[in-house]
Ligand binder design. Structure first.
Ligand code: ZN
Length: 189
């Protein structure tokens, strides 16, 4: 019976930044309902069936999709930019190449791409990529504007300090393989 499916991150953003609510009769969404609103009159269909976010969750109309468990293996690839000189992206080696828009707030769409290891591109120059590789080798950290790694633990985390709100987590073995690929393609830092 669930009508709305949100990721945990999107649900938290809706709760924090909006007054999302919805009519369970006609599915009209409203943006001025406190989380505990019940049985308010719907501006669309007139039924007293508008509920706030937390009520919708309690009633089972919202399902929160938990992020998938950490994958046992998540091979990465260093991808050379097609249109920028000296620019590289760290991506999943295996993905289906999809691009899509995801609504992250009532009036905000985010472009998603199935190759991403974070919720934004992890990208940078050759020098930055070599530093990323070194940090993985040394089990340390490196941080630049659009690419960063924390290899002090396992899994290793990758993100874009400027654009990511969630970090990608990759088993150490796959991060080590990426470091080797970076060094083979770009040389040692
Ligand atoms: Zn309605």
């Amino acid at each position: 019976m669930s009508t709305w499916k949100f990721t945990r991150g999107r649900y938290e953003r809706l709760r924090e930044f909006t007054n999302f609510g919805a009519c369970i009769a006609c599915l009209e969404e409203v943006h001025d309902a406190e989380p505990d609103v019940r049985e308010r009159v719907c501006p669309q269909c007139g039924a007293a069936k508008v509920y706030g976010l937390e009520e919708l969750l309690l009633m089972g109309h919202i399902t929160i999709e938990e992020p998938p468990a950490l994958e046992l293996s998540l091979p990465l690839a260093l991808v050379v930019s097609d249109f920028l000189a000296n620019w590289y992206t760290i991506e999943r080696r295996h993905h289906d190449g999809r691009h899509w828009d995801e609504q992250v707030a009532p009036h905000a769409l985010a472009l998603r791409y199935s190759g991403r290891i974070s919720d934004a591109d992890v990208e940078g120059s050759a020098l930055e990529m070599r530093r990323i590789a070194s940090a993985i080798r040394e089990r340390s950290t490196a941080c630049f504007r659009r690419c960063a790694v924390d290899a002090t633990g396992d899994p290793v985390e990758f993100w874009s300090p400027r654009n990511s709100s969630e970090r990608g987590r990759v088993p150490l073995a796959d991060a080590m393989a990426l470091a080797q690929e970076i060094e083979e393609k770009l040389g040692n830092g």
